[in-house]
Design a protein around this ligand. Structure first.
Ligand code: PMP
Length: 401
């Protein structure tokens, strides 16, 4: 999808930097089924999309009103680069409420979404040529983030039979040459929430191998089973952990592009220098809207998350009746990870055939790394009734194979 290599302008061919040319890493980017579904929709076919992590609701009008009021009142100038003091304080208070870890406004840097936070955190932790670890399966942009930071990517494989929880052996082996580890709980694409033992093991390995830990917690409001544990709260971890957060999933504000990094104050101060030379701050009216949204409290977030809790419960009822598919414990986030290996197909074959025969689009597990081969990810991002209908058709399809 991304241009790479050389750019041709008016007959002259300029050579792009390796940094840009290498972002997509070459080869398939795993989005073929998604793109084919979009093409089919463009050609008028009634394809049901269970592909990307976008809510089926829009940002609440009360948040848009707050955004409009802020802009109307003149908050359209440059904003404070690290974020407004009031927003930083709200983010710190929310994180402290969720995790119990003492956090102040000075620990928070406001960024353009969790995505920019992931990139800034890796630029902060890694020198060019350093190795950064990613747990496989992973969120699609992760390898590109590391490559854009000039880092070498090393995968930490996980197994479906371990519910995709990283294990000490694989992690410790990979950690030998590494400088950072990126984790994500609740997890996209697997829907798994890391329990305390896993987080403790991760903390142990990070301390033992002197790794930075980058903890992507953008789904922290979507937990159906277990509890959200932020590894920043574990002994010895605060100084080496950068937490990535976002309003995208918790407040259905994907398009507002607002997120954050939480870390040690002196490190946040320095990562701010990157924001100065890059985005030069997040729009003030968006920050005000985000502050207003956070002030609506946990009930507001629960209302947005409960839709996915409900769909998870409905799915479990449907999926427990079949042997053709195995549901990876759906403990959080807006996705179901299904093991389709009993059908004899790879995730890609299953997703392609399902699209052709049933006009239902899901993501092949292979799009998220080798560890998720033979699985598909189903995003629960359409209304309840059509979702249930689509899932039942998916199960019938699997049973016919
Ligand atoms: N991390 C994960 C695991 C995600 O799924 C996403 C978005 N789908 C992001 C980070 C980035 O989110 P945003 O930039 O919208 O905050």
């Amino acid at each position: 999808m991304m241009p790479s290599g050389k750019l041709n302008t008016e007959g002259r061919t300029m050579k792009l930097s390796n940094r840009i040319a290498n972002i997509n890493g070459g080869g398939s980017d795993g989005w073929e089924v998604f793109l084919r579904a979009r093409e089919m929709i463009g050609a008028g076919q009634p394809v049901i999309e269970l592909t990307i992590g976008e809510h089926d609701i829009k940002t609440d009008p009360i948040i848009i009103d707050a955004m409009f009021a802020s802009a109307k009142s003149g908050n359209t100038t440059y904003s404070a680069v690290p974020g407004s003091p009031a927003l930083r304080a709200e983010i710190a208070a929310r994180y402290q409420r969720l995790t119990g870890v003492e956090t102040k406004a000075g620990n928070v840097l406001v960024t353009s979404g969790g995505q920019a936070a992931l990139f800034s955190a890796h630029l902060a932790a890694l020198n060019p040529g350093d190795t950064g670890l990613i747990c496989d399966p992973y969120y699609a942009t992760y390898p590109g983030v590391l490559r854009a930071a000039g880092a070498e990517v090393q995968m930490v494989p996980t197994r479906s039979s371990d519910n995709f929880l990283p294990q000490r052996g694989a992690l410790a082996a990979a950690a030998k040459n590494a400088k950072s580890l990126l984790i994500n709980s609740p997890n996209n694409p697997t829907g798994v929430v890391y329990p305390l033992e896993t987080m403790q093991m991760i903390a142990d390995v990070c301390i033992g191998h002197d790794l930075w830990l980058i903890s992507d917690e953008v789904y922290d409001s979507q937990i159906w089973q277990g509890a959200h544990i932020s590894p920043r709260g574990l002994p010895g971890m605060a100084e080496r952990t950068l937490v990535v957060g976002s309003m995208s999933k918790s407040h259905a504000m994907t398009g507002s592009r607002i997120g954050w990094i939480i870390g040690p104050e002196e490190i946040i101060d320095q990562i701010m220098n990157l924001s100065t030379v890059n985005a030069y701050g997040v729009p003030g009216f968006i920050q005000d809207a985000a502050e207003f949204a956070l002030k609506q409290g946990p009930e507001f977030e629960a209302k947005i998350a409960d839709v996915f809790r409900r769909r998870t419960e409905m799915s479990q009822e449907i999926l427990q009746k079949t042997n053709a598919l195995r549901l990876i414990p759906a403990q959080g986030a807006m996705y179901l990870m299904l093991d389709v290996r009993n059908t004899g197909m790879s995730g890609e074959q299953f997703a392609n055939k399902l699209l052709d025969e049933e006009l239902i689009a899901v993501m092949p597990g292979e799009s998220f790394g080798n560890s998720a081969a033979g699985h598909v990810r189903v995003a629960m991002t359409i209304a309840d009734a059509p979702f249930v209908k689509a899932l039942k058709r998916l199960v019938d399809f699997a049973e016919r194979q």
